[in-house]
Design a protein around this ligand. Structure first.
Ligand code: ATP
Length: 366
């Protein structure tokens, strides 16, 4: 087998803290192993338009602690077409690039897989998204930092809630996944959380707030995942109006829990990555280059039970679809009965984890 001489690296889709640590690890591991490294700017958009630059060890210096992505990122419509991918491949050839590492979310990994299939090009995907919505891995790059940022912000809200005897309903990112919301609800001592994976009992949430307020509690935090529609601003209004009516009915001002709404949104995408994300990004970046050097391709680097492992990109995509219930006819054809059973088991375990963690959160919420 001929030794791989060159690799390109890009970040694609939504940015996430830790992407720079990953670019740095890829760059330095590749150079250490005698390879040329090319940074591709603005994700697939830059690949289609030829925005590539050779990277040196020094160029990634002073980046491990920085949020965002030094390579910038984009969503690229033309890469979704065969013509766009053809242009992307031609640009890689122009620079004599043999392999590609893509850091991004599910969509970005699909793009990498398409290119690998159509041009027989070795590619490796690294899960970089704050949402933690890639089923094959326990953690994605940026997830830990996003949670930390939510916790820091909610702690501030809680201080002011305590002063005024208020409630704050906080909507957090996560797309269709409740990972950020559930974990931060536990870590922030929220009274309730609404996530897409578990039915939300709005009445029970309001009853709990009233009961706790009667007992003298002054601060109330409710975390809502953006994946749950109709439960953020509306919920804040409901808690506010219900407790206000109750206060009037019972002629007891103290029962009114004035409720504000806050959407943390993109603020949790930025900032300096946590230690956890720097380590994860570094371990994944190094492993990606090692896999290419070993002659492997079409893999996603994952973390399972604290270990860095790999799964085929195609498997990761199918697993995600199975988890989200969006499988199409024929997608499971190439998998054995045992493999399908294994996937189902994994998904059931993940769903169970959500249910038991949610139950635990409710149990300790007061
Ligand atoms: P995030 O989870 O942060 O949104 P993502 O990687 O899932 O990240 P997407 O917008 O879904 O974000 O995908 C990023 C880019 O990957 C797209 O703009 C497109 O260029 C490419 N891409 C996505 N899906 C495909 C596909 N099926 N085939 C080819 N390219 C794709």
């Amino acid at each position: 087998m001929e030794k791989i001489q060159s690799v390109a690296v890009l970040t694609s889709g939504g940015d996430s803290p830790g992407m720079n640590a990953c670019i740095r690890a890829v760059t330095r591991t590749a150079i250490f192993n005698g390879m040329k490294v090319f940074g591709v700017y603005r994700g697939y958009e830059g690949l289609v338009n030829g925005e590539l630059k050779e990277f040196t060890t020094e160029m990634v210096s002073n980046t491990i602690q920085r949020g965002g992505t030094i390579l910038k990122t984009a969503r690229c419509q033309s890469f979704m077409t065969p013509e766009g991918r053809q242009k992307a491949y031609e640009n890689l050839q122009k620079f004599n690039i043999q392999t590609l590492i893509v850091i991004g979310g599910n969509g970005s990994l699909s793009g990498a897989y398409q290119l690998a299939r159509e041009y027989d090009m070795p590619v490796i995907g690294i899960p970089g998204t704050i949402d933690n919505d890639i089923t094959a891995t326990d953690n994605t790059i940026g997830f830990d930092t996003a949670m930390q940022t939510v916790v820091e912000n909610v702690d501030r809200l809680r201080d002011t809630c305590e002063s005024h005897a208020r409630c704050n309903v906080v909507e957090v990112m996560g797309r269709g996944a409740g990972d950020i919301a559930l974990n931060t609800a536990i870590a922030c001592g929220a009274v309730a959380a609404a996530i897409p994976e578990v039915d939300f009992d709005e009445d029970a949430c309001i009853e709990r707030i009233v009961r706790l307020r009667r007992g003298g509690k002054r601060n109330f935090i409710v975390i809502v995942s953006e994946g749950v529609s109709g439960h953020s601003e509306e919920l804040a209004k409901k808690i506010n109006d219900y407790t206000k009516d109750l206060a009037e009915k019972e002629n007891n001002d103290r029962l009114w829990v004035e409720t504000k709404f806050c959407r943390l949104a993109h603020t949790v995408r930025g900032g300096s990555p946590t230690l956890g994300d720097r380590l994860l990004a570094t371990r994944m970046g190094v492993r990606a280059v090692d896999e290419l050097l070993a002659g492997n391709s079409d893999l996603v680097i994952c973390e399972k039970a604290g270990k860095i492992v790999t799964v085929p990109i195609a498997y990761s995509q199918v697993l995600d679809r199975m988890y989200k219930g969006t499988l199409k006819d024929g997608m499971l054809d190439k998998y054995s009965k045992e493999e399908i059973e294994q996937m189902k088991l994994l998904i059931e375990e993940k769903k169970n984890d959500f249910r038991t963690t949610y139950a635990m959160m409710e149990q300790i919420s007061g």
